[in-house]
Design a protein around this ligand. Structure first.
Ligand code: HEC
Ligand code: HEC
Length: 316
């Protein structure tokens, strides 16, 4: 299969996450800029915000928390599930209507444990069963970025779901059966690259929230991880992305995956549709080179699972 990545895609790719360690380079750069008389070295706070923005994109926070045509992160986006319609909340820094009164530990508890500042439990339509894997340092960076989001006064819309999926206390039982608290732990038997990929796919990218089949109460079937979901969000059919040659992406080359993640182009020259469009635009298309490679290395190292999910598209 020819590689389809022509020069254009590199143009679409940002440089990758700002590094935590590139200090000597930064000092040289800063010295250069000072010499040129232009400026102001970046502070540690700004670096955290930049890393936070990168993670925020990779984790797809924007799409879910923004209504079509609405103000960024002010919430109100309808999320249709087999259990009814949920509406995402306002996560701008508005003190009453958003999360302006939150602290970093509040954000950590929400992402890691699915628990709100008042102690109530979130519904798993907020993908904390995946985000629980996000590390403490990455949560700190996300928080640094979230604090910069301007306040927008927009009230949250109540969910419209069926019992018991409208009762927060029911989530205690749900979590006992379907939730394993993080953070992500690297597997010492796997390479550093594959572990980074696992972190990006399973925790940050929460790919399994759509690509893994669910049980009757909406819990992810971990033993069938990423093998496709006939009943995805918005009623979509979500394909098998394990390396099975017949029913998954086992025949895709590295170049095929690269084109998909950067541009949304499939090996037959078509473009991915549905909610994957947004994933490519907001998340995978913005990943740095080494993270993209890591993600692909992990997907290719997964155990292949034979699971045919009917595709809406012809010929895939
Ligand atoms: C798949 C859609 C989806 C994605 C992706 C998503 N969220 Fe949410 N989020 C929700 C929904 C829905 C809720 C409300 C859950 C509930 O009512 O129990 C929520 C709740 C929250 C809350 C709690 C707000 C409150 O007022 O209690 C915060 C904070 C939050 N999300 C932050 C984030 C961040 C940060 C990201 C990215 C790392 C993210 N979300 C990604 C759907 C999403
Ligand atoms: C919000 C749901 C959602 C999320 C999250 C999601 N995907 Fe997808 N993905 C889809 C859907 C739906 C399709 C099918 C699109 C189509 O039919 O055009 C798809 C298609 C794909 C394909 C093409 C497979 C094929 O056979 O055509 C790959 C590869 C893929 N996704 C990988 C990923 C990875 C890696 C992640 C995490 C970074 C991810 N997806 C996150 C919904 C999602």
């Amino acid at each position: 299969m020819p590689r389809r990545n022509n020069g254009r895609i590199y143009f679409l790719t940002p440089g990758g996450p700002p590094s935590r360690s590139g200090l000597p380079g930064r000092i040289l750069l800063a010295a250069g800029l000072l010499w040129a008389g232009i400026v102001v070295p970046a502070t540690a706070g700004q670096d955290a915000q930049k890393r936070g923005k990168y993670l925020f994109d990779a984790a797809g926070c924007l799409g879910c928390h923004t209504k079509k045509g609405g103000k960024p992160l002010a919430g109100g986006r309808r999320l249709t599930t087999p259990f009814g319609d949920y509406y995402s909340p306002n996560i701008t820094s508005h003190p009453e209507l958003g999360i302006g009164a939150w602290t970093e530990p509040d954000l950590k508890r929400a992402l890691r444990q699915g628990i709100a500042p008042d102690g109530s439990h979130y519904f798993p339509v907020f993908p904390y069963p995946s985000y629980t894997g996000i590390t403490d340092t990455d949560i700190a960076d996300l928080w640094a970025y979230l604090k910069t989001i301007p306040a927008i006064a927009q009230a949250n819309r109540p969910h419209d779901t069926k019992p018991p999926f409208d009762v927060r206390i029911f989530m205690v039982a749900w979590k006992a059966l379907n939730f394993e608290v993080g953070p992500f732990k690297p597997d010492p038997n796997l390479s550093q690259q594959v572990n980074r990929g696992a972190y990006l796919v399973d925790a940050i990218g929460h790919c399994g929230e759509c690509h893994t089949p669910r049980n009757a109460v909406g819990g992810l079937q971990r033993e069938r991880r990423l093998s496709g979901n006939p009943d995805g969000p918005e009623g979509e059919i979500v394909p098998n992305i394990t390396p099975d040659r017949e029913t998954g992406i086992g025949r895709w080359s590295e170049g095929d995956l690269d084109s998909l993640f950067r541009m949304g182009m499939t090996p037959d020259g078509d473009f991915v549709g549905g909610s994957m469009t947004e994933v490519v635009e907001n998340a995978t298309g913005r990943l740095g080179e080494s993270d993209l490679r890591a993600m692909m290395a992990y997907l290719r190292a997964l155990p292949p699972i034979r699971h045919k999910v009917e595709s809406k598209k012809k010929g895939s």
